[in-house]
Design a binder for this molecule. Sequence first.
Ligand code: CO8
Length: 270
Amino acid sequence: MSSSFVRVELKQSHAILTINREDKLNALSSSLLEELHDVIESLAKQKGLFALIITGAGQKAFVAGADIAEMKEMSPREAKRFAQKGHALCRAIEKLPFPAIAAVNGYALGGGCELALACDFIYASTNAKFGQPELKLGLIPGFGATFRLAERVGIAKARELIYTGATIDAEEAFRIGLVNKLFAPETLLQGAEESARAIAQVGPQALALAKRTLRKVQRKAITEAIPIEIKAFAKCFESEESKEGMSAFLEKRKARFTESLGDRTSESSP
Ligand code: CO8
């Protein structure tokens, strides 16, 4: 079940999935997203699982976001396809017949934070860092944060995090309800596995039903929210602003955004 970017360890009643692209801080490329989706689909059919733990390889990052080098070359159409892939992956995680626990072991930024948000709950090490820095790149979140972040932390906090692009530490993430529990880095996986073993004591059918029911009653409008976010994300790729934002990151300099880079007056777009 493991592949080049994804490692899977099957335990008695749970699985540990490690995103394995440590040299790029586990950034999500298209091929990584595809592999991840395939693995999630296989795990969904695996008998005897009660929980999936998702973590990142190395000590530094869970996932530092979508792959900026790859995104920089994308047309709006390709960006749309990319966001659709990300959403399909998140929905597959949400639809697993057992809970997914994000074990955040470092940076969870942009698409990385959004991947954690697609999990049922988040455990984090004390050195974890969270944020939605997309606006600093001339982009918007395209992988679910426009609705999933507010579900966890409330709309006002979600707005503040998205508009400022601020990175918050694990303590702050715990305080605002983004993270369920904090662990010392060396005990994070152990803590997540303890939780997975506790979940394995419940009835598997009731577990699947509880997860499905919680998802369904929580939000009926997600099918409307997803295409709106995808369209807005793809629209960013029409602008010079996103090119400047992503180039600045890759060239390791501060972005130079100017008012003239784009029209922001049109209420009808996207
Ligand atoms: N994409 C591509 N490469 C990355 C990314 C990334 N998101 N993050 C880090 N890397 C690479 C760096 O370029 C560097 O590569 P190289 O060694 O070849 O130069 C390597 O990983 C190590 O990174 P740094 O040297 O930058 O490490 P630092 O410790 O100095 O900094 C940070 C760590 C603060 C995490 C820094 O790497 C950073 O700011 N990364 C980018 C964070 C970010 O902006 N993330 C959001 C991206 S946008 C996004 O996620 C959009 C999601 C919506 C669409 C999703 C659809 C699926």
